[in-house]
Design a binder for this molecule. Structure first.
Ligand SMILES: NC(=O)c1ccc[n+]([C@@H]2O[C@H](COP(=O)([O-])OP(=O)(O)OC[C@H]3O[C@@H](n4cnc5c(N)ncnc54)[C@H](O)[C@@H]3O)[C@@H](O)[C@H]2O)c1
Length: 357
C-alpha cells in the first residue's frame, strides 16, 4: 500500500527542538513521541503511568529515547518542575482522562485531570516558559454542543457543550485555553497557544478500554466475539498519524507568529465519517476469519448519533490534509497487529508506518 504524503512537516524546524509531551506513555502520546524522535527532536515526557499493558509505549521502546518524568498533571508543583527541567520550546499537552464511560463513573476526577491539569500546564508555561514558542492543547471533537441530530459538520466557532463529563471537561479546557490566550499569551514575544480538536483515532498499538478497534484487537487475540455497541453511531474515524501531523503543523505555525493562535479542527474527509457497523465489517474482512462479532443489547450510555468536523480552516491556513483514507488506516492497524503477533520489532514497524505517511 502506497500512502501519498500530503502533509509537509518541516524537518529543519524539529531537528534538535526541545519538546515536552504530556501523556507520552498513552496511545497518541507514544506515536507523537516516536514521530518527534524520528525527526531528531529533543523530547521530554510527563505522564502519571502507562495506561495499558501491552502498550505502544513499551513495545516501541519510546521511553528509552527521551527524558521522562513520572508526575500527575493535578500536581501543580510537579508540572512546574517538569517544565523547568525540560526547558521546552514546544509543549504538546495530551495527558488526560480520555474515556466517556470512566467519566460517568468518576466525573470529579475527570474534571480535575482534564480541566485543572490544563490550568496547571498553562500556569507552568506562564511562570517558567520563557523559552516556549508554542503550546498545543489536545481537546476533542466532543467539545461541541451536539444534539446528535442532522449531519452538519462542526466548525471551530460552533458553541461548546458536552452531554457527559468527559465531553464537557474538554469544552471547559477549551474555555480555559481561550482565557489564557487572551489574558497571558497574546503579547509581544509570549508563547502562542492553539487547541486541537480531532475525532476518533485508530492505529496500531491501542489497547485502551471501551474503544472499538482495541476491543476488536482483543477479540482477535482471545478468540471471543467482539461485542458491538451503538452500531449506527456515526463517527469521524481517522488514522492517529493524521491529527498528529496537524498538531506538528500547528506547533510550527504557532512558533512563526500569532496568526495560528486559537482552535483548530483536524477531522477526516466526509467519505470517512462512517457508522460503527461499517468499521466492524471492514475489520472482519481484513482479519479474515480471525474476528467474529455480535451486537451488545445491554443499555449503553447516551452517545450522540452523529459527529463530524469541518477541517477546511486547517487545510487552508495550516496546509494540513488528512494523511490517509479510512480503508488504508484500517489496513495499517491490521498490519501492525499482525506484525506484533509474529513477534516483530515494533519500534521499527511503527517507525516505518510513520515514514510511509
Ligand atoms: N483516542 C482518541 O480517539 C481521542 C479522540 C479525541 C481526543 N483524544 C485526546 O487525546 C489525548 C490522548 O488520548 P489517548 O487516546 O492517547 O489516551 P491514553 O489513555 O492512551 O493516554 C493518556 C495519557 O495521559 C496520561 N495521564 C492520564 N492522567 C494523567 C494525570 N493525572 N497526570 C499525568 N498524566 C496523566 C497517561 O499516563 C497517558 O500517558 C487526550 O487528551 C484525549 O482526550 C483522544
Amino acid at each position: 500500500m502506497k500512502i501519498p504524503a500530503l502533509v509537509e512537516i518541516d524537518p529543519d524546524f524539529w531537528m534538535g527542538r526541545r519538546v515536552l509531551v504530556t501523556g507520552h506513555t498513552g496511545f497518541k502520546g507514544a506515536w507523537l513521541s516516536l514521530w518527534l524522535q524520528s525527526l531528531g527532536a529533543d523530547v521530554a515526557g510527563l505522564a502519571r503511568n502507562v495506561p495499558t499493558r501491552p502498550s505502544l509505549y513499551e513495545l516501541a521502546g519510546v521511553g528509552a529515547h527521551m527524558r521522562e518524568l513520572e508526575a500527575d498533571v493535578r500536581d501543580r508543583a510537579a508540572v512546574l518542575e517538569a517544565l523547568r527541567d525540560a526547558r521546552p520550546e514546544v509543549v504538546m499537552h495530551l495527558a488526560a482522562q480520555p474515556l466517556v464511560r470512566r467519566s460517568l463513573r468518576d466525573p470529579a476526577m475527570t474534571y480535575d485531570v482534564n480541566v485543572m491539569g490544563t490550568v496547571n500546564v498553562l500556569d507552568a508555561v506562564r511562570d517558567a516558559g520563557e523559552e516556549v514558542l508554542a503550546v498545543v492543547l489536545v481537546t476533542s471533537d466532543k467539545c461541541y454542543e451536539n444534539s446528535g441530530g442532522g449531519s452538519r459538520r462542526f466548525v471551530e466557532d460552533d458553541p461548546l457543550g458536552g452531554a457527559d463529563p468527559y465531553s464537557s471537561s474538554k469544552a471547559c479546557a477549551e474555555l480555559v485555553a481561550r482565557a489564557y490566550q487572551r489574558s497571558f499569551f497574546s503579547g509581544e514575544g509570549s508563547p502562542r497557544l492553539g487547541t486541537a480538536r480531532a475525532g476518533n483515532v485508530i492505529g496500531g498499538g491501542d489497547w485502551g478500554e471501551d474503544r472499538l478497534v482495541p476491543d476488536a484487537v482483543r477479540a482477535v487475540e482471545t478468540g471471543e466475539p467482539l461485542s458491538v455497541r451503538n452500531p449506527a453511531a456515526v463517527r469521524p474515524w481517522q488514522h492517529v498519524l493524521s491529527p498528529l501531523a496537524g498538531y506538528l503543523r500547528l506547533a510550527e505555525a504557532l512558533s512563526h507568529g500569532g496568526e495560528a493562535a486559537g482552535a483548530w479542527n483536524f477531522g477526516p474527509p466526509e467519505a470517512d465519517v462512517r457508522p460503527v457497523s461499517w468499521i466492524v465489517r471492514r475489520l472482519a474482512e481484513l482479519w479474515g476469519g480471525d474476528l467474529r462479532w455480535r451486537l451488545d443489547d445491554a443499555e449503553n450510555p447516551h452517545e450522540a448519533g452523529h459527529l463530524a468536523l469541518d477541517s477546511s480552516a486547517a487545510e487552508r491556513v495550516l496546509g494540513w490534509h488528512p494523511t490517509c483514507s479510512l480503508q488504508d488506516a484500517l489496513q495499517l492497524v491490521v498490519e501492525w497487529h499482525r506484525a506484533h503477533r509474529r513477534g516483530e520489532d515494533m519500534r521499527s514497524v511503527s517507525l516505518s508506518q510513520i515514514a510511509r505517511i
